[in-house]
Design a protein around this ligand. Structure first.
Ligand code: AMP
Ligand code: GLY
Length: 427
């Protein structure tokens, strides 16, 4: 099978790493590829956003399956264009990607399918938004309706901060994405991410993971795309799993099909869990980054036939086998991230990290230049490790991190603290 993988971050390195292990793979094309991926596939010179060139290439080269990593390409309609051209593609159409690209659409679908989520209001006028805020209690949750690269959520402790966020967003802070805003009830509990693959009708559950969104130890500092992750997540008990499937994933997949916009790809449910009751914080319409890297390390089954089956409406009969091990991931980020950072500092020791038992270091934002590996993004490396317990996995991941010589990088030293606390409670 010939596969084209779209995207070049840590998530895509992990997907490509897993796909490359498939006995049914004959050729892997990459757009744009990355220093981690380029030795397992052929990097194309086509930009990941060039929809018509990607469709043309797929047709000309008889690509059997295109796997789309990033949401931006799904939102841009790459899935629609490929399917129209008769190319199988893992990832939803633009209409189904609205579950991620419009918070108010996600809320409407939840209401129609009775899926538990925070109460909300949608606003385009500041006065109405502020009046609604005055009917809520602190903390106040204000969100840009559209895609804002993970930065469109403000949780304000005071009414004056909440009012300021409303004004900034409606004044065009995120352009079109904040022309409308959503104000939500604040949900308490512990967060986890759960993933399910669907062909639009049938559902193949994956596993849950937890990530660390804040930049610094102790869950302090600014929000980031995620500084680390681990699985299993102790908060995601069997009861939570069953409730998530029955009250969120199954009814939402059915609702999308009934609307004539079936969701095909991976549905990522960001959950808030309190007393074993999951409620939906957000949907994403692609794999989580860095959660995907953890899942690829724990997945024992050949993944490529499953991705292809989801893309071709033939998921029945497929299953996924998971390792009983635990996995942990530590993000090595560039100094300054998630704010401004410098590109181009040299990284050494990735090979040595990969030699540590259980460790695989994925490239999230690197560049190869004259034989040297350089930092080329905010989140730069994802050091993953598996082990018989979460404690082992975390220890191995940090042993890997310590092999890496990159003075301009930083990382959190407390990845997995919640899981470790729970493990020590029960042991
Ligand atoms: P989102 O981009 O919608 O996932 O929001 C980013 C983060 O803000 C989430 O991961 C939560 O930590 C937090 N958050 C968003 N909405 C709520 C809510 N209604 N109640 C509590 N926390 C929230
Ligand atoms: N880990 C958060 C995300 O992928 O959106």
């Amino acid at each position: 099978m010939k596969v084209l993988l779209i995207g070049g971050g840590g998530r895509e390195h992990a997907l490509g790493w897993k796909i490359a292990q498939s006995p049914v793979l004959s050729k892997l094309y990459l757009a744009p590829g990355s220093p981690g991926l380029n030795h397992i596939g052929e990097a194309l010179t086509i930009a990941e956003g060039d929809v018509s060139a990607l469709v043309q290439f797929s047709q000309d080269n008889h690509v059997d399956l295109v796997v789309i990593g990033p949401e931006a390409q799904l939102a841009a309609g790459l899935g629609d264009a490929l399917r129209e051209a008769g190319v199988a593609c893992f990832g939803p159409d633009k209409a189904a990607a609205k579950l991620e690209t419009s918070k108010s659409f996600m809320k409407e679908v939840c209401a129609a399918s009775d899926a538990p989520t925070a109460a909300y209001g949608k606003f385009t006028q500041s006065a109405e938004a502020k009046a609604f805020l005055r009917e809520q209690n602190a903390p106040y949750v204000i969100k840009a309706d559209g895609l804002a690269a993970g930065k469109g959520v403000v949780i304000a402790e005071s009414l004056s901060d909440a009012d300021a966020a409303v004004d900034e967003m409606l004044d065009g802070q995120f352009g079109e994405a904040s022309a409308a805003i959503v104000i939500e009830e604040f949900m308490r509990g512990e967060e986890a991410s759960f993933f399910a693959i669907t062909d639009g009708e049938r559902i193949l559950p994956m596993i849950a993971a937890q990530d660390h969104k804040r930049a610094f130890d102790g869950d302090k500092g600014p929000n980031t795309g995620g500084m680390g992750a681990y699985s299993p997540a102790p908060v995601f008990t069997n009861t939570v799993y069953e409730r998530t499937m029955r009250t969120i994933i199954e009814p939402v997949v059915a609702e999308m099909a009934q609307r004539g916009t079936p969701f095909q790809g991976v549905l990522y449910a960001g959950l808030m869990i309190e007393d074993e009751q999951p409620r939906l914080v957000e949907f994403n319409v692609r794999f989580g980054d860095p959660e995907c890297q953890i899942m690829m390390r724990l997945l024992k089954s050949d993944f490529l036939p499953v991705l292809y089956a989801a893309a071709t409406n033939s998921l029945s009969g497929h299953k996924l086998d998971w390792s009983q091990d635990a996995a942990a991931l530590v993000v090595m980020a560039n100094d300054g991230y998630p704010g401004a950072y410098k590109k181009g500092s040299e990284i050494k020791g990735v090979d040595a990290a990969n030699e540590v038992e259980g460790v695989v270091a994925f490239h999230a934002g690197t560049k190869q230049s004259d034989g040297a590996l350089l930092a080329n993004g905010g989140r730069v490396l994802n050091v993953t490790a598996t082990g018989p317990t979460i404690r082992d996995a975390i220890r191995r991941a940090y042993t890997g991190v310590e092999k890496i010589d990159w003075p301009q990088g930083f990382y959190r030293r407390d990845i997995g603290w919640r899981a470790l606390e729970k493990t020590s409670e029960t042991s």
